[in-house]
Design a protein around this ligand. Structure first.
Ligand code: PGA
Length: 268
């Protein structure tokens, strides 16, 4: 399969956040998923799992023969391969481990770790410089949603991609072209069981797609926020929903597997 074919398939990404507690539980979860996916190679979406850093190597080793890919949940903002940055992980270290995807801009990092646009720009730059694929999260808070500021918020969050337009567009070699996915995650929908209406999701994805088009950036657009085994099938039918970023429901092999199946349908 060439790169373009891969990028046209839907994406189902698991964000395990700071879960599970033990390595044993992590091994169980990934082994169960591996077994479920073992005999299924046709029409699968791109399936990616993002364990916490402490379980990255364990999961990576267990994914050797799997169709699943692995992703980091964060990367250092400093443009250094190595050095005196206590507690940080560089993009080079991820590359060296064989991890080529990273989530940047998740609302929990913006909220609890005060990551602002300046920090996010550096993280994206560092990731692209090291050929990592970036899953860039954007989304409005409840207050912003209720005061109809969703589009304005998304516009300002997407604006930082302008900085990278050149590098996203101008590489002649597909294999080294920086790769980007956008995850639209309304902050008020994350872990709450609430979701926008399907019309609202369709409208927002349309808006994001238009903005990216104006910037001449191609990126699949995922939806995230209380995606589960019950609503994934309907989410998969929404125009311009190219996949999902799943938190809570990805911690059970059964529900995550069901979501993967629902996006096989979208695959045709
Ligand atoms: P959730 O989390 O599916 O538990 O709402 C999604 C996310 O934070 O990426």
């Amino acid at each position: 399969m060439n790169i373009n074919q891969q990028w046209q398939r839907p994406w189902v990404v698991a964000n395990w956040k700071m879960n599970p507690v033990t390595t044993t539980e992590t091994i169980h979860l990934i082994t169960e998923l591996n077994e479920k996916l073992l005999n299924q190679t046709e029409s699968l979406p791109n399936v990616v799992v993002a364990p916490s850093f402490i379980h990255l190597t364990t999961v990576k080793d267990l994914l050797n023969a799997s169709i699943m890919d692995i992703c980091a949940q964060n990367v250092c903002a400093q443009n250094a391969q190595k050095g005196a940055f206590t507690g940080e992980i560089s993009a080079s270290q991820l590359q060296n481990l064989g991890v080529s995807n990273v989530i940047i801009g998740h609302s929990e990092r913006r909220q609890y770790f005060l990551e602002n646009n300046d920090v996010l720009i550096e993280k994206i730059r560092h990731a692209f410089d090291n050929n990592l694929t970036v899953i860039f999260c954007i989304g409005e808070t409840k207050a912003q949603y209720e005061t109809q500021q969703t589009q304005a918020v998304l516009e300002s969050q997407l604006q930082i991609l302008e900085n990278f337009k050149q590098s996203l567009q101008n590489s002649l070699d597909e294999a080294v072209k920086p790769k980007l996915l956008i995850a639209y995650e309304p902050v008020w929908a994350i872990g709450t069981g609430l979701t926008p209406t399907f019309d609202e999701i369709a409208n927002v994805h349309h808006f994001i797609s238009e903005m990216l088009g104006t910037m001449q950036i191609y990126a699949p657009i995922l939806y995230g926020g209380s995606v589960n085994a019950e609503n994934a099938k309907d989410l998969a039918t929404i125009d311009l929903v190219d996949g999902v970023l799943v938190g809570g429901a990805s911690l059970q092999a059964t529900s995550f597997y069901q979501i993967i199946q629902d996006f096989c349908v979208k695959n045709g």
